[in-house]
Write a protein that binds this ligand. Sequence first.
Ligand SMILES: Nc1nc2c(c(=O)[nH]1)N[C@H]1C(S)=C(S)[C@@H](COP(=O)(O)OP(=O)(O)OC[C@H]3O[C@@H](n4cnc5c(=O)[nH]c(N)nc54)[C@H](O)[C@@H]3O)O[C@H]1N2
Ligand SMILES: Nc1nc2c(c(=O)[nH]1)N[C@H]1C(S)=C(S)[C@@H](COP(=O)(O)OP(=O)(O)OC[C@H]3O[C@@H](n4cnc5c(=O)[nH]c(N)nc54)[C@H](O)[C@@H]3O)O[C@H]1N2
Ligand code: SF4
Ligand SMILES: [Mo]
Length: 738
Amino acid sequence: MAADARVAMQVVQESGEIVETPLTPEELQLTWNRSVCPYCGVGCGVLVGSKDGRVRKVRGDPNHPANYGLLCGKGATLPQMVHTPDRLTTPLIRASREEDFQRASWDEALERIATRWQRIIRDHGPDAVAFYVSGQLLTEDYYVVNKLAKGFLGTNNVDSNSRLCMASAVSGYVTSLGADAPPGCYADIELADSFLLIGTNTAACHPVTFERIRRRKLRAPARVNVVVVDPRKTRTADIADVYLPIRPGTDVALLNAMLHVIAREGLLDARYMQRHTSDWERLQPLLERYSPDQAAAICGVEAGQIRKAALLFAKARAAMSFWSMGLNQSTHGTAKNNCVINLHLATGQIGRPGAGPFSLTGQPNAMGGRETGGLAHLLPGHRFVAKEQDRRAVEGVWGVSEGRINAKPGLTAVELFNALADGRVKSVWILCTNPMVSMPNLSMVRQAFAAAELVIVNDIYHPTETTQLADIILPAAQWSERDGTVTNSERAISYLEQAIDPPGEALPDWQILCRFARAMGLERAFAFDSAEAIYEEYKRLTHGQDLDIGGVTYRRLKQAPIQWPCPTPGHRSTMRRYTGGVFAHPGGKAHFIAHEYETPAEMPDAQFPLILTTGRVRDQWHTMTRTGKVPVLMKKEPEPFIELHPADAAPLGIAEGDLIVVHSRRGQAQAACRVTETIKPGTCFMPFHWGSLRGEAVVNRATVDACDPISKQPELKFCAVRVEKMGHGAGGKGQADA
Ligand SMILES: Nc1nc2c(c(=O)[nH]1)N[C@H]1C(S)=C(S)[C@@H](COP(=O)(O)OP(=O)(O)OC[C@H]3O[C@@H](n4cnc5c(=O)[nH]c(N)nc54)[C@H](O)[C@@H]3O)O[C@H]1N2
Ligand SMILES: Nc1nc2c(c(=O)[nH]1)N[C@H]1C(S)=C(S)[C@@H](COP(=O)(O)OP(=O)(O)OC[C@H]3O[C@@H](n4cnc5c(=O)[nH]c(N)nc54)[C@H](O)[C@@H]3O)O[C@H]1N2
Ligand code: SF4
Ligand SMILES: [Mo]
């Protein structure tokens, strides 16, 4: 597919300004391939310009419906992270953790894993091994790892970093609507006249989607309104008509109060509720207790503002809500998702143009992961491990005997590392994630690595904080070096074309897994010779399911992305689900779900009086293995920082730029203080990007690993800490790499 790249490069700046650069004569000499940005879940289409085996340029794909040509700074600088000196080119192995890594052949490395895993499985059972994977794998990788573990090795221990990310959205949609995934599409943005942005720093984390919302607002400032709810006044709040600086963790109280107001003011859509929903009678009595005044006291915002936000939402012709980690990463993450969806159901703001709840997916293929069963309780095709008929259906397609798939869900991310630490799990294979930076409560994770008998890591670089602790490191082909598919936030499946060859002996993750399966004696089931062959098999498992992709082929995807469901070859794409008001629960009705506000797991006290919340900056991606190598991206925020309100800083004698340390019951992190009024008093904020390879600003040493009981998602947005000054510019006492 020769993509037409005769388009100007359009990059959206933080100010919202769009900088356009026309194609240079050299760029016209490049070979252009169509792909998708491998960073956030917006899923921007990109054109990849390469020459002599190297990626030289990236441009936004003018025809891709996620971005219509626009990119943010991370997408625009992709070529700079592909060819770096620390790329892995061969497998690396070592006999003990005291030794250095040695190069090895693929056969040697995979034989070694196969021998060890066969022994562990024989001696301790299949649940003594586990995979910890990533929303940045492609759909085909995800499918193979699930088939291998759940169908053939006999363990459901496949969990993903999506557990730290979208798990609460999954459980929220499933409990409220009957099935996973956002019902609407990006094109709704141009049709909506009210936006609720809650627990999302869209401007920094989904910049191209934010730009669409911003333009919508600016084009009709009087008609279109925006409500932003965040304890930090981020750039996202720049476009807000109502900004609610909520106390962290109190969103359930706020959302209940908004619905209280809507009911009080007679703004419920009674007809819609009666026809298409159930269980309002359970929610209504609870709402009585959430008057704006009561919620104001809990949330630390003005009652009048809560009222205003509620009216803007309910009176809108079409209202959309967007949310992400500020709601999901919580011990009540499922409840928060349910409460947002309650608002939509009560006002009929769902299943029609411009209206609907829209969780912003974090990673580029977290959606594909959810579809292919990439969490420990799921099976491919939106199926559940715990449901017998689901297991039978999957066993049939995989050609394994009835009963082969274990009925017990596997270990979820935090459970998995705990099980490694206490010896229940002996070996873990980590693909495409860097848990020694991104998991909560890193000292526990460190113990898990120390206790593990065999740690295998697939990455593209070495060292990372995680590869450093491995026994075997396997070199993965990355973005632009392989093909496959991803699904973005709006359920759009896109095809990523291979543009160049991978370096050295690096292989796509699915090929590594298939070669390993063959080393385990599983030749037949893992004889896939292409990503397309995997896709065709996976497709069979979506037949008759809500996400049926029977009509999707690589051939069609090479022309344009397709939004599922798309059950037949003649079917075009599904922009919106539930347009007829028939939901995926048996009986077709969506459920109202009642939740009381409850406090987070670890509340501040005399010893640890402040709330620590964590998150992201615009120009860095996660643990910085890629964006940290791009000079222009490092410029904006070259150093880690801790935000503190002047009212909290002054009594501690802390001034702007002071080096401060954040202590929790579990560990500490250090960074320079940024004294700012944009953060809620009583709260401090630290980005989680900086890992131990970059110093002592490792915030997950302090975070808590308490989880939502339903989604099992950890509370990365709330724990109790104390901060103190270390002296201007002075180095801190190190903490061995946790
Ligand atoms: N630049 C950049 N973009 C990214 C990523 C990245 O690493 N860098 N990662 C991608 C991924 S995987 C994800 S999951 C998304 C995450 O995208 P976001 O969820 O937008 O990012 P965060 O910064 O983690 O958190 C969002 C906001 O939640 C607020 N918050 C904290 N506690 C609460 C609370 O109790 N209530 C409310 N209402 N708000 C709260 C924080 O102050 C923060 O501004 O971004 C994706 N995009
Ligand atoms: N405190 C705190 N912690 C958090 C969060 C937070 O908000 N606060 N957010 C959480 C969330 S939402 C997320 S999604 C996680 C993200 O956390 P991680 O998944 O740990 O972060 P990444 O840096 O994206 O890790 C991806 C790894 O895969 C490698 N890689 C890149 N491409 C490929 C490939 O094609 N194949 C293979 N095998 N490897 C590849 C990269 O080099 C990198 O080492 O962090 C979570 N942790
Ligand atoms: S908005 Fe997301 S997908 Fe689009 S270019 Fe930026 S990081 Fe990539
Ligand atoms: Mo995420």
